[in-house]
Each structure stands twice: as structure tokens, then as C-alpha cells.
Design a protein around this ligand. Structure first.
Ligand SMILES: [Zn+2]
Length: 424
């Protein structure tokens, strides 16, 4: 009797629970077939599209430029089914862009993990337009700076759905490949090229010593750092594995080239930070300010190529161009097309791809070809002339205040990537 009672309870329980359990098991199969994630969004956009004519990544800065479909109030947005991120956009004369300077635009370090369509939005009508990449550059990837041992990989991809072209940007956490680095530190000169000097003191000795110390500090702070040279050796300027090749090959975001200045004028002293043509002063200024404050040195009193206190920019002058033209005639090659918009220092110009006007194609037999000159993704490079080795007060600072110079450089680098600066 007891057994029969238990059996009846089991049968009743079975009947009660049969449907919920069955539903649970079948839930996956019973769902409607998955729609393509952007189907609704793309169907509302349909044939609305605008062409992107410029697509560049300089350091951490993304820039896009293109034509507006018509007069109006437009912004670039990153959009998916859940959210819309508005990007600062400049609209001018029927064109849009994310920036007018090469080191401005969308800071790729600030994007959170997600995937978005790249769209242009008319703020008056709330209409969206697909951005169509008409440049020759496709499928770029960018690795964010290492933070707490982690990196995000940012990928640009172009696709088609129902004949509608669209462009996505995907941000996901991914381990940094072994050959990708956060930053390049370039100890100027080396080997037979000792740089400037004063008595028994040589620029190349200081630049290597300082760069190694900076390497240690940055590594301790969790960054993955590449030195262009680790010993007292003369390295190639151009080509694979060279001073200008390494920044591309490592996909580094920032490069500081460490140098000491020299002048026949014994009054000339202080800090000079050189930036590329058509870049903003902000970051160069920050480096100069940090050095002045930390070391107790001064902004340089050199007025040549000076933009503002501590910030310098050198382009080819008329006489520079003349001497290059003469050199070309002598060596029998077609002179480069260079003007007063061309950044002078090769490790700033040749490391920034098309953004900095890299041009070395090897026609000058003195230099190898820069195989990366046509890239749309390059490092944001600065020449840091820390002091004048030729001036005795400055030489004394460089000999005695290495820790302060290194700390100032370290803090400048950490703030580029919005890391907390340490205050020890
Ligand atoms: Zn130098």
C-alpha cells in the first residue's frame, strides 16, 4: 500500500514537471532563427552612405575624413543595438573629419570592449549614413597600451549585408602578440656616431644610459618597452629592424628619441622637444614642462624653430631643400618633392607613415628605402633634446640629475596613456 502511494506521488510529480522540463530542454530549438545582429539597423540606413577618403592612425589617434551628403549638422557615431557613442567631429565646407592635427581625433585608448558600426549621423534629421572606406587601407588593427598586464585589440573590418556595405570597429580583450610593444625608446646615435660632445663627454653615452634607465622604470610600471639599441652600436636608419623600421614592426604607439643638443654659442641651453609638422603642441609641451619642473632646468633659449616655450618644430628650409637638390644632381637621382611642410628629422618623419610625410624610397644611395613610408598607421614620435651638452651648466645637470630627467620622461609617457603618474 505504501509503495503504491509513493508510485502515485511520483506519477503526479512527473505530470506536473513534464512541461516545464520539456520547455527548458527545448528552449534553444524553439527560439526563432537568429537574425543578423545589425539587420534592423542596416535596413533603416539602407542606401545612405558617405565615402571616407582618409583613414589614419597616428600614435593612439584615429582620424577619418570624408564628404558630407548635404548641408547639415553631422557627427561620426559608433553605434550598435544597445548604445551610440558620439565622436567629436569637425564639419567644414562639405567635409567632415575627426581632427585637423595628426595627433588629435578619436583616442583609441578610451574605447571600451564592444563592437560598433562606424556611421555618420545627421543631428537635425537623426538619419544615419554608412561610412564607406574608399582608401587603399583596410583591416587595420591597434593594440591598446598594456594596463595591469591586459590589452585590447581593436580591429577595423568591412563587410556587406544584403548588398549594404558597412564598416565595424571591434574592441576585445586579447593577449598582446610577442612582437607588439607599447612604446619605443630610441637612444640617439651610437657606435662610431657619438653625436655631440664636450671634452670627454659624448652624447651617445648619455642617450644609451638614460634610455636604459627609462626602460627599467617603464617596465616596472607595467609597460612593454622596445629600445632601438641596447648597446653602443651604430644602427641602420632605414629598413627592416632599423631605427625607423622598429616602430612600425612593433606597432608601438609612442616613440621618444633621446638626444642632447649642441651649439657653438656657449649661452645656448635648456630643453627642446621637437614634434612633427601639423601636430598639436600639447604633448611636446607636457614633456618639456615635466622636465623643467622635475629637473629644475629651463626651457631652451634657442629661438630657431621654436613654436612655444619648450616646443620646437623643424621643417625643411629653403637652404635644406637646395642642398638636397644639389646632392641629388651630384648623385644623379631625381630630387624628392620636399617643401616647408616636410618634417626635417628622419626619426619623426619616417616613423609616422603618410601622416608625417615619410618619403625615403631609397633613390638616394646614401640611405636605404623605408618600406613602411606608405603606411596609414605609425608611431607618434618626439625628439627630446634634454639639454645642451656643449653648455657647462647643462652638462652638469645631465651628469648629476639623471634620476630627475628619467622620472620626468616616465611620468610624461604614463600620462600619454592616461595611466596614473606615480609621485614617489
Ligand atoms: Zn643627437
Amino acid at each position: 500500500m505504501k509503495k503504491l502511494f509513493m508510485l502515485m506521488i511520483l506519477i503526479v510529480l512527473g505530470i506536473i514537471l513534464y512541461n516545464p522540463i520539456k520547455n527548458m530542454i527545448n528552449k534553444e530549438e524553439m527560439k526563432e532563427p537568429d537574425k543578423f545582429i545589425y539587420e534592423d539597423l542596416l535596413n533603416t540606413i539602407k542606401e545612405n552612405k558617405v565615402n571616407v577618403s582618409d583613414f589614419t592612425i597616428y600614435g593612439k589617434w584615429l582620424n577619418l575624413k570624408g564628404n558630407l551628403p548635404n548641408e547639415g549638422n553631422y557627427v561620426v557615431v559608433l553605434k550598435n543595438n544597445d548604445e551610440e557613442v558620439t565622436i567629436d567631429t569637425k564639419v567644414d565646407n562639405g567635409n567632415f573629419s575627426l581632427a585637423t592635427k595628426i595627433n588629435e581625433g578619436l583616442d583609441l585608448e578610451t574605447l571600451k570592449i564592444s563592437e560598433y558600426l562606424l556611421l555618420l549621423k545627421n543631428k537635425d534629421t537623426n538619419e544615419y549614413y554608412n561610412l564607406i572606406n574608399t582608401t587603399k587601407y583596410h583591416d587595420n588593427t591597434y593594440y591598446t597600451i598594456t594596463k595591469n598586464g591586459k590589452n585590447n585589440k581593436i580591429s577595423f573590418k568591412e563587410n556587406v549585408f544584403n548588398n549594404i556595405k558597412y564598416w565595424t570597429i571591434t574592441i576585445k580583450e586579447e593577449k598582446l602578440p610577442s612582437d607588439v610593444y607599447d612604446i619605443v625608446i630610441d637612444p640617439g646615435h651610437g657606435g662610431v656616431d657619438t653625436g655631440a660632445g664636450n671634452g670627454s663627454y659624448h652624447e651617445s653615452t648619455f642617450t644609451l644610459d638614460y634610455s636604459k634607465a627609462l626602460y627599467d622604470e617603464l617596465t616596472k610600471a607595467g609597460l612593454k618597452v622596445k629600445l632601438t639599441r641596447e648597446t653602443d652600436t651604430n644602427i641602420d636608419h632605414y629598413g627592416v629592424g632599423s631605427r625607423t623600421g622598429i616602430p612600425y614592426e612593433t606597432k608601438a604607439k609612442l616613440m621618444l628619441s633621446i638626444h642632447l643638443n649642441s651649439s657653438g654659442n656657449s649661452y645656448q641651453k635648456g630643453v627642446e622637444i621637437y614634434r612633427a609638422y601639423n601636430s598639436s603642441n600639447d604633448y611636446a609641451k607636457l614633456i618639456a614642462d615635466n622636465i623643467v619642473n622635475e629637473v629644475g632646468t629651463k626651457y631652451s633659449n634657442n629661438s630657431e624653430n621654436k613654436i612655444i616655450d619648450g616646443v620646437y618644430m623643424r621643417v625643411y628650409s629653403k637652404s635644406d631643400i637646395q642642398s638636397l637638390t644639389n646632392d641629388a644632381k651630384k648623385k644623379n637621382y631625381e630630387p624628392y618633392v620636399i617643401n616647408d611642410h616636410t618634417t626635417y628629422y628622419y626619426f619623426i618623419r619616417e616613423t609616422g607613415g603618410i601622416m608625417t610625410g615619410a618619403f625615403s624610397d631609397g633613390r638616394n644611395p646614401r640611405y636605404k628605402e623605408n618600406p613602411y613610408r606608405d603606411y596609414n598607421q605609425g608611431v607618434e614620435a618626439y625628439l627630446c633634446e634634454l639639454a645642451y651638452i656643449s653648455q657647462n651648466d647643462d652638462l652638469s645637470l645631465v651628469r648629476n640629475k639623471k634620476d630627475s630627467y628619467v622620472k620626468a620622461l616616465k611620468n610624461s609617457i604614463l600620462s600619454y596613456f592616461n595611466n596614473e603618474t606615480t609621485s614617489e
